[in-house]
Design a protein. Structure first.
Length: 141
């Protein structure tokens, strides 16, 4: 069985997660509306790394092959914001309003610096995508 390649800017296939027949990632709730946007807004959800809480979602994009979360880390890393590609999302708990990602706090803290002026540029996306893809290859979850 071939491992599923990591695609940083796309939501995971729910069938490929945890071998469950229910939707562990909450992706079925992220179905696109006629406008191509998600019908669920994750802004305000708490974000949990594999080893603890990292912050809250400040902004979310559901664009096809360009989806991401901007997380305000609050006091954890001095108010810094980080961008997490949608491919890092492992599970969404709509009841508790939490998003679980498959990275450690250290991996997220070491990610490329978020800059609100450039984070939507192709160069920045490539830099972040390469970081999380390499990170996934080195420490698969």
């Amino acid at each position: 069985m071939q491992p599923t390649p990591f695609t940083p800017w796309s939501w995971r296939d729910p069938a490929g997660l945890a071998g469950s027949d229910r939707d562990p990632a909450g992706v079925e709730s992220l179905e696109e509306s006629e406008t191509g946007r998600s019908s669920v807004d994750l802004v305000g959800f708490k974000v949990e790394a594999t080893d603890g809480h990292i912050g809250s979602i400040d902004q979310a994009s559901y664009d096809v092959e360009a989806a991401y979360l901007v997380v305000d880390t609050g006091p954890w890393i001095f108010g810094r914001k980080v961008i997490l590609p949608a491919g890092t999302v492992q599970n969404i708990d709509h009841t508790d309003r939490k998003v679980y990602v498959d990275r450690t706090k250290e991996q997220i803290k070491s990610s490329p610096e978020y800059d609100k002026e450039t984070f939507e540029t192709q160069d920045y996306r490539e830099q972040v995508g390469e970081y999380y893809t390499g990170n996934y290859r080195d420490y698969p979850r």
